[in-house]
Design a protein around this ligand. Structure first.
Ligand code: AGP
Length: 609
C-alpha cells in the first residue's frame, strides 16, 4: 500500500506534492519520490530510500525549478526491496513518461519479458516499472490512448498518476482496486490516495471509481471509462475536518493515543448512550430486521479482527445470536454462506484495508447488508457500506492501533446491547447494570493510567526476553492475541497469543526460564482454570507477568509480576486489560529503541492484498 499525489495548476507543484505526501506517510514510508515537468517540459525525478524527510534533504541539496505539473509517491515495498532505484516515480527508458502506482501488477513478469524483448531496459526490481514502459511502447502522440492501451494489458490492482514530457499541464489518473480521489481547485486540480492529503487545498472531490480514468489540466477534469465512454463526474464537498495530528509533548503518537482512550470512550458513550438510551445512528437497520437476525458475521484484519473476536463473546452472551468471525483475507476466498438474515459487520479503522473492502463486496454480492464499523470518516468502506457505525476515535497516527481498538470494542458492547434490547434477551436490571458499568469505563481507564510507571518498570524488567507467549481464556483469549500483536509489531519480538486451554496441546513446549508469559487472569468464571495454567508454567520456570483484578492476593503466589486492573463484570474485562497490554508493548519497544509509531515493514493501512 502506498500513497500517491498529483498536481496540475498555476502554483509551484513541489511544496504541494511534498506537504500532501506527508499526510499519506501512514500508507507506507520505506522510500519516496517526486516527478515533475519544469517550464521547458523537462521531466525531473528525485527519489530517496527512507522517510519523506530523506527526500526533502535530497531536494535541499539539489534545488529544483518551478513546475506546474507533478506527481509524488510514498512507498510500502511489495516487489523490490526499499531503495532509491525502486522508489517511485518510475519512468520509461527514454525518461519521457513518469508514473506513480499504488497496487500490485500481478502479470508484471510476463509484461516485463515482452518489453525486454523489444529492447526496454528495466532499472528497478518493481512490478510498477512496467507501466511507464508500456505507455511509452504504445505512445504515438496521444497520451490518453497510450494509457488506455496500457491499462488493458494490466492484471491486478492500481491507482495511477501519469505525466509526460510531451504533455505539459496534463495529469492522467486511473484506478482499479486501489483508492484514488480527484480534488477540484480554482485553476488547479489534484489527485491523491485519500481526502485528508489535499484538504488544505480543496474540499471539492470526485471519488474515482474502479474502471475510471481522469484527465486533469489546471482548469478541466474529464472522466471516462477504460473503454473510452464519457462518465459524468459527481463532485462531493467534504464536510469533515482533519486536525493535523501533533504529539503535544508525547514522545510518540502511540503514547498520546493510549492516553486519549478515556476521552475517546467518554465521547463515544455520551454520543451513543444518552439517558440510558442507545443511539446507533448510521446503523441503517430497523429493529425488525435486527430481531430477524439469525447470525452475525464479522470480517476484519489484524487488531480489528481481534475486536471482532471479543465481539463474538459479547454478542453471543448478551444477545444469544451465533457469531462467526473471519479474517477478511480468508473470508473473501472461501465462498462463504450468507443469507438475508445474516448481519454482516466489516470492521476497519482506516476503511481502506483491501481485504476487508473485498470481503464486504463479496458479502454484498451474496445479498448481505454490510454494516461498517469504521474510524476514518468518508473512507472507501464507509462510503460503500449500507450502514456505518463511526467510532469517532480521531485520527490514529501510530501504526499500532490502540484507541481505535478500544473504540471498536466499545462499539461491539453497544451493538450487542442493541441486539439484546430488540430480542429481549436481557432483563431490564441486567441492561441497567451494564449501562452503568460501561459509563464507568473511562474513569477506570484513568485509574489504570495512574499505574503507568509500575507498568513501565515491569515492561523494562522483561524487555530482554526474546520470545513472549500471551495466554487468556474465554473473552480474554482475543485479548491475548491482541497483546501479542501489539508487542510483535512494534518491538519485533516473536510473540504468540493463545487460548490458555490450548497450552498443553503444544505451546507448553516453549516454556522455560528464557521465555516471558503474559497471563491475562482477571476475576471470572474461568479464573481457577487460568490459575492452574499459571502453576503449570511456573513449574517449568516460565517468567509470568499476570494481569489480574485489583486486590487479588492469590495471583501474587504464581506470578513474577502483577499488573492490576479494577474489578468489572468479566464480559467487560477486555476493555480494561487492553490498556496494560498496550503499555507493555509500548515500553518494551521504547526500551529496545524501536520506531514505535512507524515500525519497519508496516503501514497504517494495508491497501493491497
Ligand atoms: C494493528 O495494530 C495493526 N496496525 C494492523 O493489524 C491493523 O489492525 C490491520 O491492518 C487492520 O487495519 P484496519 O483496521 O484499518 O482495517
Amino acid at each position: 500500500m502506498c500513497g500517491i499525489v498529483g498536481y496540475v495548476g498555476n502554483k509551484d507543484a513541489l511544496p504541494i506534492l511534498l506537504e500532501s505526501l506527508k499526510k499519506l506517510e501512514y500508507r507506507g514510508y520505506d522510500s519516496s519520490g517526486v516527478g515533475f515537468l519544469d517550464h521547458d517540459a523537462q521531466l525531473i525525478v528525485r527519489k530517496s530510500k527512507g522517510k519523506i524527510r530523506n527526500l526533502e534533504e535530497l531536494i535541499r541539496t539539489q534545488p529544483l525549478p518551478f513546475a506546474h505539473t507533478g506527481i509524488s509517491h510514498t512507498r510500502w515495498a511489495t516487489h523490490g526491496f526499499p531503495s532509491d532505484i525502486n522508489a517511485h516515480p518510475h519512468t520509461d527508458s527514454k525518461h519521457s513518461i513518469a508514473v506513480v502506482h499504488n497496487g500490485i501488477i500481478e502479470n508484471y513478469q510476463e509484461l516485463r519479458s515482452e518489453l525486454s524483448k523489444k529492447g526496454c531496459k528495466f532499472l528497478s526490481a518493481t512490478d510498477s516499472e512496467v507501466i511507464p514502459q508500456l505507455i511509452a511502447s504504445f505512445y504515438k502522440g496521444d497520451l490518453l490512448a497510450a494509457v488506455r492501451k496500457t491499462i488493458a494489458k494490466l492484471k491486478g490492482t492500481f491507482a495511477l498518476g501519469v505525466i509526460s514530457r510531451g504533455h505539459p499541464g496534463v495529469l492522467i489518473a486511473a484506478r482499479v482496486g486501489s483508492p484514488l480521489i480527484v480534488g477540484i481547485g480554482d485553476q488547479e486540480n489534484f489527485i491523491a490516495s485519500d481526502v485528508p492529503a489535499i484538504l488544505d487545498f480543496t474540499r471539492r472531490v470526485i471519488y474515482l471509481k474502479d474502471g475510471q480514468i481522469a484527465v486533469l489540466t489546471k482548469d478541466r477534469v474529464e472522466l471516462s471509462a477504460f473503454d473510452g465512454k464519457k462518465v459524468a463526474s459527481s463532485i462531493d464537498t467534504v464536510s469533515f475536518n482533519v486536525t493535523a495530528a501533533r504529539k503535544e509533548g508525547y514522545p510518540y503518537f502511540m503514547l498520546k493515543e493510549i492516553h486519549e482512550q478515556p476521552n475517546v470512550l467518554e465521547q463515544m458513550l455520551s454520543l451513543r448512550l444518552k439517558n440510558k438510551r442507545l443511539i446507533l445512528e448510521g446503523l441503517g437497520l430497523s429493529d425488525d430486521v435486527l430481531k430477524r437476525t439469525r447470525k452475525v458475521m464479522v470480517v476484519a484484519c489484524g487488531t480489528a479482527y481481534h475486536a471482532g473476536l471479543v465481539g463474538k463473546y459479547i454478542i453471543e452472551n448478551l444477545a444469544r445470536i451465533p457469531v462467526e468471525v473471519d479474517t477478511s483475507s480468508e473470508f473473501r476466498y472461501r465462498n462463504p454462506i450468507i443469507d438475508k438474515h445474516t448481519l454482516f459487520l466489516a470492521v476497519s479503522q482506516s476503511g481502506e484495508t483491501a481485504d476487508t473492502l473485498a470481503a464486504a463486496r463479496e458479502a454484498r454480492a451474496k445479498g448481505a447488508k454490510v454494516i461498517a464499523i469504521c474510524n476514518v470518516v468518508g473512507s472507501s468502506l464507509a462510503r460503500e457500506a449500507d450502514g456505518i457505525l463511526y467510532t469517532y476515535a480521531g485520527q490514529e497516527i501510530g501504526v499500532a492501533s490502540t484507541k481505535a481498538y478500544t473504540a471498536q470494542l466499545m462499539m461491539f458492547y453497544l451493538l450487542a446491547l442493541k441486539l439484546a434490547h430488540v430480542r429481549k434477551s436481557l432483563s431490564p436490571k441486567e441492561t441497567k447494570d451494564l449501562y452503568r458499568w460501561l459509563l464507568l469505563i473511562p474513569s477506570l481507564y484513568r485509574e489504570i493510567l495512574k499505574d503507568m510507571h509500575n507498568i513501565q518498570n515491569i515492561a523494562e524488567a522483561n524487555s530482554h526476553f526474546g520470545c513472549f507467549l500471551f495466554l487468556g481464556r474465554h473473552v480474554n483469549f482475543p485479548s491475548a492475541m491482541e497483546g501479542a500483536l501489539k508487542l510483535k509489531e512494534i518491538s519485533y519480538i516473536p510473540a504468540e497469543g493463545y487460548a490458555a486451554g490450548e497450552m498443553k496441546h503444544g505451546p507448553i513446549a516453549l516454556i522455560d526460564e528464557y521465555r516471558a508469559v503474559v497471563c491475562i487472569n482477571p476475576q471470572s468464571h474461568v479464573y481457577e482454570k487460568m490459575s492452574s495454567n499459571m502453576q503449570e508454567i511456573r513449574a517449568r520456570k516460565g517468567n509470568i507477568i499476570a494481569i489480574a483484578t485489583r486486590g487479588d492476593s492469590e495471583v501474587k503466589s504464581s506470578a513474577d509480576f502483577v499488573i492490576e486492573v479494577p474489578a468489572t463484570p468479566e464480559l467487560l474485562s477486555p476493555l480494561l486489560v487492553a490498556l496494560p497490554l498496550q503499555m507493555l508493548a509500548y515500553f518494551i519497544a521504547v526500551k529496545r529503541g524501536c520506531d514505535v509509531d512507524q515500525p519497519r515493514n508496516l503501514a497504517k493501512s494495508v491497501t493491497v492484498e
